[in-house]
Structure formats: structure tokens, C-alpha cells
Design a protein around this ligand. Structure first.
Ligand SMILES: NC(=O)c1ccc[n+]([C@@H]2O[C@H](COP(=O)([O-])OP(=O)(O)OC[C@H]3O[C@@H](n4cnc5c(N)ncnc54)[C@H](OP(=O)(O)O)[C@@H]3O)[C@@H](O)[C@H]2O)c1
Length: 256
């Protein structure tokens, strides 16, 4: 299938990768539903997209960690023929597990795992009924090994990867593509919000990750890992003892 008309819904569209995905989909001719908490930013971005690409753009302000707010987005997916869902909203925390704020890690799991699953489920039902569609679940290279000092985040992305692979297998015969997109460190607000603004300085750009995503979708791949070094490390991980991968991962994720 091509993604050059119809509706796409992008979560976390107010910043970073979400803006990149939304811009690419609008440039390809898709009308958009943009979701995030920062509605002011989303409305300004929607105006830019309408003006630049002449597509329809709707804004839904929602904290996806909150079940009531999340239900608004589910209602959109159930009432509108959304052909592309980009499940992108997410964040990380960093630091020792015992020092984590329980409220913050609850929020992390609610957003990175629960919201992503609920939205993917709501979108998949309509897509299967129409026999077409694509779901991008934004995972991470953090999915390929446990990461001491980013324990909850890495575990949440392992969940996203495993869920996406099984969805890919179940849905591929029904006209629906599912892609687990695995960026490594990328230049967005992510690292500042994670409390480690200077962490992992060798970062890829949003446009590189967006290109990897759309190449993966075009091929119908179950997984797309962004960048050659990230790809090498991800594919090597299963062949290296887990204790050793954790030493390397802890070093990479350290606060400088
Ligand atoms: N940047 C990296 O190095 C990197 C690497 C691997 C994977 N990723 C993944 O890529 C995805 C996008 O991250 P990014 O790098 O673009 O970071 P970002 O610039 O911080 O963007 C995160 C987006 O998620 C939204 N969001 C956060 N909490 C939300 C909530 N409770 N409800 C609704 N929306 C919420 C934010 O919007 P509001 O604040 O307006 O709600 C924002 O639009 C995430 O899933 C992240 O885990 C990032």
C-alpha cells in the first residue's frame, strides 16, 4: 500500500521524532490527527502543516498516561478510517532503580507500554476490517539488552519490540503492516527530559530516523533499526553474554 492519502494519527507530535513523522506524512499527502499534551504547540504546528502541504490537520490534546484522556484518542481511532498510526509518545528516566520516583515510573509504563498497546489495539481493529493499514510502534535500541541506570525504560521498550513482532506476524496476512522502529540516541528533547542532557553525544538526526522508518514500512519489515552502528550492536546483542551487554549498556547510558 501507499501512504499518500487518507488519515494518519501521530502521538507525541509536539516535538522531536513525532514532528518529523507528522511532517513526512503530510508531505506525502496524508491528513493528520496530532496528539500530545502541549495543545498550543500542536495548534501552531497544525497551522504550519496546513499552510505548507494543504492537508487537513486535527489536534487532540491528551495525556496518554491517563485512561480518561486516552479514551478520547481511542474514540478517534474507532470513528475515523485511520490508515497509519505512529505510536511515538514516550519518555525515559535515568538513575538507579531504587532511587526512581514511583509516580514517574508508573507514568512511564502507562505511556510507553499501556497507552501504546491500547492505541495499537484500537487502530488494528479498524485496519483489519478495511484490509489495509500500518502501525509504527516506536521502540528503541534499548529494547535489545537490559540497561542498568535506565532499567524501567529499557524494559518498556523490550515490551514494545516483542508486542510489535507478534502483531506483525498476526496482521501481515490481513493487509496490515506493523513496524517496530528502533532508534538509538537521537537529537531531540528526550535526553533532557530523561535527566541526562549530555548523555550519549553521538546522536543521529530526526530526519535520519524518519527515513529509516519509512524505508522499513516500504519493505514491510517487522523491525527497523536506525543507523549502521546501532544495527551492528543490536544484532550482536543475542550472541554476547547478557552480563557483558549490561556492562557496555551501563557505560553508554552513564551521566558524563
Ligand atoms: N531521542 C532518542 O534518543 C530516542 C531513542 C530511542 C527511542 N526514542 C523514542 O522516540 C519516541 C519519541 O521521543 P523523542 O526523542 O521525539 O522525544 P521528545 O522530543 O521528548 O518527544 C516526546 C513526545 O512525547 C509526548 N509525550 C510525552 N508524555 C506524554 C503523555 N503523557 N501523553 C501524551 N504525549 C506525551 C511529548 O509531548 P507533550 O510533552 O506535549 O505531551 C512529545 O511530543 C519515544 O517513544 C522515545 O522513547 C527516542
Amino acid at each position: 500500500m501507499t501512504y499518500s492519502s487518507g488519515w494518519a494519527l501521530v502521538t507525541g507530535a509536539s516535538s522531536g521524532l513525532g514532528r518529523g513523522f507528522a511532517t513526512r506524512l503530510a508531505a506525502d499527502g496524508m491528513s493528520l490527527v496530532l496528539v500530545a499534551r502541549s495543545t498550543g504547540i500542536l495548534h501552531d504546528f497544525a497551522d504550519e502543516l496546513r499552510e505548507e502541504y494543504g492537508v487537513e490537520v486535527d489536534v487532540v490534546g491528551a495525556d496518554l498516561g491517563d485512561p480518561t484522556a486516552r479514551a478520547k484518542v481511542v474514540a478517534v481511532l474507532e470513528s475515523r478510517p485511520v490508515d497509519v498510526l505512529v505510536n511515538n509518545a514516550g519518555f525515559a528516566t535515568s538513575g538507579d532503580f531504587v532511587d526512581e520516583d514511583p509516580a514517574r515510573i508508573t507514568e512511564l509504563v502507562s505511556l510507553n507500554c499501556v497507552a501504546l498497546t491500547v492505541l495499537a489495539h484500537a487502530a488494528a481493529a479498524g485496519m483489519v476490517a478495511r484490509g489495509r493499514g500500518a502501525i509504527v510502534n516506536v521502540a528503541s535500541t534499548a529494547a535489545f539488552q537490559p540497561i542498568p541506570t535506565m532499567a524501567t525504560y529499557a524494559a518498556s521498550k523490550a515490551f514494545v519490540l516483542r508486542l510489535s513482532l507478534a502483531m506483525w506476524d498476526e496482521l501481515r496476512t490481513q493487509g496490515v503492516t506493523v513496524l517496530a522502529l528502533c532508534p538509538g540516541a537521537t537529537e531531540t528533547d528526550f535526553w533532557r527530559i530523561a535527566g541526562n542532557p549530555d548523555g550519549f553525544k553521538r546522536r543521529r538526526t530526526v530526519s535520519q530516523v524518519v527515513r529509516t522508518c519509512f524505508d522499513g514500512l516500504a519493505k514491510g519489515s517487522p523491525v527497523a533499526i536506525d543507523g549502521p552502528l546501532n544495527t551492528l550492536l543490536a544484532w550482536a546483542a543475542p550472541f554476547v553474554p547478557t552480563r557483558l551487554t549490561m556492562v557496555v549498556a551501563r557505560f553508554i547510558a552513564r551521566r558524563p
